[in-house]
Design a protein around this ligand. Sequence first.
Ligand SMILES: *Cc1c(COP(=O)(O)O)cnc(C)c1O
Length: 471
Amino acid sequence: MFYIDTRDSSVKTNFKNAVMNGMNPQTGGLYVPESFPRLDNAFINKTLEPSFRDIAFNMARPYCEGEIPDDELMKIIQDAYPFSPKTIPLDRTSYILELFHGPTCAFKDFGARFMARVMSYFNKEEGSPLHILVATSGDTGSAVGSAFQDVEGLDVTILYPEGKISEIQEKQLSTFTGNVRALKVKGTFDDCQKLVKTAFTDTDLRKSLRLSSANSINISRLLPQSFYYMYSALTVRNRASLDTKIDEPAIIVIVPSGNFGNLTSGLIAREMGAPITGFVAATNINRTVPDWIATGIYTPRPSIETYANAMDVGAPSNYERICALYSLDEVKELLASYWLDNDGIKEAIENCNKKTGYIIDPHGAIGWKAWHDIKNGALRDVASGLKNDYNKVGLTPSVPKWANEVINNNAVGIILETAHPAKFGQIVYDAIGREPAIPERLQEVLIKPDRSIPMENDYNQFKDWICANLK
Ligand SMILES: *Cc1c(COP(=O)(O)O)cnc(C)c1O
């Protein structure tokens, strides 16, 4: 498989280069595979309960062909996924896809764990460790640190802003050992990012160390996220007639979105044959993409803090990939979009719990409310012109191609639950009056000793630390 650069279509590279470089340093462009091969119909049409690892292996294979042999790829998949996503019926026309069963209780485990093992495989040909530097404002750092823990040939340093992340997030970051460590920087997230970026462009430093990043633009984080879309869509297709009494429902997937990596992965799964009719992009007030869909004009802006903080992104990095794959008209056919403010998020957590008994986290809550409104007339109102103001919370006034499937009650929704609600205990408590039970793997982290290393917001000190400690 060749990988093309979003900014220069004459650039073609292989999987190894795309993974190890993350982005093209010459153009600043992102890599996309030149095609998305469909899985065999025989595979997709099986009506047995699908196996997640089986799907993962079959979907990953064409992207690694000629570079990672089948038996090695199978090992990578088995080692990356000792857990599975779970599809749970919520009510007659909705399912929840729980993506928090990995070690850090958020969907980023799926991408980060695959990426770590692929990087380790490719790094075996090198004589020295690969040093990963990541700046994080929360969830990414813990998923990456946990994914790379004890993975051969890789070494990870995480930078986070001291005092600016939640207690549970800080615990998750500061308790790594061995080849992973965290620096608590006296500064903001932007300061952390600046330190990392400066290190990447420091030619003196790069002479002695091999440096790489692990952020969400890496294609090896994006591809594995497509596995669970296929898995869930096949599961729902197989049992929807029993659960929902709709014979061949249109399947709509609702995706809480920030950088739009997860949604891009959904589009990839659909290209590869997942029986998905359409998507809903659900965002908080960082509504850059809903506004783009409503107006056709893309205006990136500074991010604003919200309860769904893993989606506080004003300039989504995967916008560039989506545009490399689809025209705006195609995007509007496939995608509805929806946004909520903080009051709406809290109300959604409360209403979801009242109506279904399910305790949902602030990110998933936007998805739940989006599907709830869409089923209860919001799409009809948009289609008939009754709602036409995109500045009002709720569904964006734009009519996807699949609107009639919903209006005629022939659709089921799969809502992605991207994090465990216990990671946002206080907000959930404020909404429903009780805290979700904390899973054992999060509890274990809470009693581990803090090993974070204090760091000034100063590049020279950061560089001195690197030279003294990374080998
Ligand atoms: C990262 C994250 C998101 C946003 O995912 P993108 O791929 O950036 O759109 C949503 N929910 C949670 C809990 C996250 O950690």
